[in-house]
Ligand binder design. Structure first.
Ligand code: ATP
Length: 237
């Protein structure tokens, strides 16, 4: 199994506050891995530290065996990591197509026409709205656009920050269905989610973060069945 992403005993501080404590985890090629945890557990910090903001104070972050913790954001993106940001941070004044074109920048605008077609096949809603400005899209469509834009750089690893945040249940289902299609095509996915149910159902493996530490890990099925996970993150069912 080829290791795609690896955290080795990573520490991150915000001033005196330690946001990540000795965090170790890995994502292998072709896997879907979820990181779940409550508000403030450190999930976003972990994701952001992959791109070097914040810088890690200790440990290592490896991408395909290479330490990326001192590299520039640009070279990390060019190496094949893309992130679909939380809260659908799309460019509001640009059209859907223009937003997607922005996504090709890390790879120098190669394969643009072909990849636009691929995105429209994966996200038919976006094709219908390709000439509309992003600000006119629904929340779910903006989230889809954020994911599609990240995919335009042909990443080896796609990071997703709370893809279900603030969306209606039906839309969340659609987004997770699309993520499943991507996983079946062989994309490696690492997602951070408060929606533990959907995230663990989708994922091969998962990690549970509490107060900046990895508290539990296992297969998606093991964590869904775990008593602590059920009580803390699945409403005690
Ligand atoms: P959420 O789901 O709310 O985003 P999270 O699990 O992603 O939560 P983080 O946002 O990573 O958690 O926050 C981890 C800890 O670090 C929290 O205690 C938070 O208050 C603190 N923190 C986050 N960002 C900063 C910052 N820029 N400066 C100081 N403290 C911060």
């Amino acid at each position: 199994m080829n290791r795609m992403l690896e955290f080795r005993e990573v520490d991150v501080f915000y001033g005196p506050i330690q946001a990540l404590q000795q965090v170790s985890l890995e994502v292998n090629e072709g896997e879907t891995v979820a990181l779940i945890g409550a508000n403030g557990a450190g999930k976003s910090t972990l994701l952001m530290s992959i791109f070097g903001q914040p810088r890690i104070a200790g440990g290592q972050i490896l991408f395909r065996g290479e330490d990326i913790s001192r590299k520039s954001t640009h070279s990390i993106a060019a190496a094949g990591i893309a992130q679909a940001p939380e809260g659908r941070r799309v460019f509001p004044d640009m059209t859907v197509t223009e937003n997607l074109q922005m996504g090709t920048i890390p790879i120098g605008n190669r394969h643009e026409a072909e990849d636009l077609q691929r995105m429209f096949a994966l996200f038919p809603h976006l094709e219908e709205r390709r000439h509309q400005r992003a600000m006119t899209l629904s929340g779910g469509e903006q989230q889809m656009l954020a994911i599609a834009r990240a995919l335009m750089s042909r990443p080896r690893l796609l990071l997703l920050d709370e893809p279900s945040l603030g969306l209606a249940p039906l839309v969340v289902k659609q987004i997770f269905q699309t993520l499943r299609e991507l996983a079946l095509e062989g994309m490696t996915l690492f997602l951070v989610e408060q929606n533990a149910h959907h995230a663990l159902k989708l994922s091969d493996r998962g990690y549970v973060m509490v107060n900046g530490r990895i508290r539990l890990q296992g297969t998606g099925g093991e964590l869904l069945a775990n008593r602590e996970v059920r009580q803390a993150y699945l409403g005690g069912i």
